[in-house]
Ligand binder design. Structure first.
Ligand code: NAD
Length: 185
């Protein structure tokens, strides 16, 4: 019995060193992480497909309730994502769609895929990114990963996220080449 004590003593410090980000990485590696996607359009929905194919469940959020209802019924509105695919996601419990941002609190990673149309001066209109960032700030928790997929200029992530106090204990990265994302997943 006495010989067990040192073994326990060596295990406990390792457990206590595990950070929320370590736990996120472990959940991603074991495919137990839930991927949240905000903006279920031409970028967001195929991205959901890529994650589901990679074995990760997806929780999609969109402000357009009509799109959310269609997806929940197993219907697609994007040509290269057939209805059958959405129905299979739903039947396999790999995908849910919501218009309630509070549900994203349970997502381990949140990918922002909202529109950034060009303004008259040909700069990205960031109003959708800003409202999305403010919504995420309400539900953000330590260890959540937030990724800005929307097309914009470098520095948007820090300009918005820091301004609204989003950067607390999150692991955060900005993808530089979306064409590589599929193979990486
Ligand atoms: N479509 C492409 O081929 C493509 C390629 C590269 C980059 N992008 C970029 O990706 C981003 C998304 O483009 P897209 O083509 O998917 O746009 P989209 O218009 O097809 O889809 C955007 C979705 O976001 C939703 N939305 C709007 N405001 C929202 C909010 N506040 N919260 C949640 N959802 C919201 C809309 O209802 C819509 O379903 C843009 O920045 C675009 O420039 C698009």
């Amino acid at each position: 019995m006495l010989t067990l004590a040192p073994k326990i003593a060596t295990v406990r410090p390792e457990v206590s060193r595990s950070t929320p980000f370590d736990r996120l990485l472990a959940r991603l590696a074991t495919k137990t992480a839930t991927v949240g996607i905000m903006g279920l359009g031409y970028v967001g929905l195929p991205l959901a497909d890529a994650f589901i194919q990679a074995g990760l469940p997806v929780l999609g959020f969109d402000v357009d309730q009509a799109k959310v209802k269609k997806l929940e019924r197993g219907e697609s509105y994007i040509q290269h994502i057939p209805d059958e695919k959405v129905r299979a996601w739903r039947a396999g419990r790999r995908f849910a769609a919501t218009a309630d941002v509070a549900e994203l609190a349970r997502a381990d990673a949140i990918l922002i895929c909202v529109p950034t149309p060009l303004t008259e001066t040909r700069e990205p209109d960031l109003r959708y990114v800003e409202s999305t960032a403010r919504a995420i700030a309400q539900i953000l928790r330590p260890g959540q990963l937030v990724v800005l997929e929307s097309t914009t200029y470098p520095g948007t992530d820090m300009a918005f996220m820091v301004k609204i106090d989003m950067v607390r204990q999150i692991g955060y990265f900005y993808p530089t080449n979306r064409l590589l994302l599929g193979p990486i997943i």
